[in-house]
Design a protein around this ligand. Structure first.
Ligand code: URA
Length: 246
């Protein structure tokens, strides 16, 4: 048995507090019966829950994991040469999880896994709703004018890049740390952009993707999204379903 508000939060309907408000507002039905009583418990295996007349997806259906990928791990399910892959770092779940986007072998940072196809689509959709934040250590110190060029967009061999946020964070022993925020996700994009202005990337790390951040997660460790993060992810999933969004 599980408290209804917790079940609703796990199902991505909102935070527990928001779930309480829905219950209080008479919007939740269990097995066809409206419940407004706080603290009610349900059997997640058997009870049918609806919000505003819509059945709630069973929270057990989807898995979500955030991994801090260390350098040296391939973002692939299996490698014919038996090299380490990110799957080696994940728990053995019953459902197969897929990485949402990729990080190069030598790139570290946030990699998100799920078996929720709609969410994976929302996070990688060409409408580019989601910002990815990278921290790149580059060789030398780029001129401000070159960083501004990158921010406006430059021509790469597979076409022009969309506007991006580019900031010089600091200089360490003659090399610069540049924070690059992209909505696109082309192959080796950050390395190619910085390489194009003559400052090859020495190390690259992804700090954030949409509402997800690494926080204090150590390299090689994983965690499940918080209730707040899950809620934000579900909003993105809904957003992508709306027609005529600019
Ligand atoms: N851009 C890159 O160049 N490499 C990555 O791994 C991710 C973004």
């Amino acid at each position: 048995m599980e408290r209804l508000n917790k079940y609703l939060a796990r199902a991505g309907v909102g935070s527990r507090r928001q779930a309480d408000l829905l219950i209080e507002g008479g919007k939740v039905k269990v097995n066809g019966v409206r419940v407004t009583e706080m603290g009610i418990r349900i059997n997640p295996e058997e009870d049918r829950v609806e919000v505003d007349g819509q059945p709630v997806d069973s929270p057990g259906e989807y898995e979500y994991l955030i991994l801090h990928k260390p350098p040296g791990y391939l973002t692939t399910m299996r490698d014919p040469f038996q090299r380490p892959t990110v799957i080696d770092l994940l728990p053995k779940t019953e459902t197969r999880l897929y990485p949402v986007g990729r990080l190069d072998l030598d790139t570290s940072g946030l990699l998100f896994f799920t078996n929720d196809g709609d969410l994976a689509l929302a996070l990688t959709h060409p409408r580019h709703l989601v910002e990815k934040v990278y921290r790149a250590k580059v060789s030398g110190i780029p001129a401000t004018s070159d960083l501004e060029k990158l921010a406006r967009g430059i021509l790469l061999e597979d076409g022009p890049t969309a506007p991006a946020k580019i900031a010089l964070d600091k200089v360490e022993k003659g090399n610069a740390i540049i924070v690059v925020t992209l909505r696109e996700g082309r192959k080796r994009q950050v390395k190619r952009m910085l390489g194009a202005i003559g400052h090859p990337v020495l190390t690259l790390h992804r700090e954030a993707m949409g509402p997800l951040t690494l926080g204090t997660l150590k390299p090689g460790a994983y965690r499940r999204p918080t209730e707040f993060e899950l809620n934000e992810l579900m909003k993105l999933k809904e957003e992508i379903k709306k027609p005529n969004r600019k």
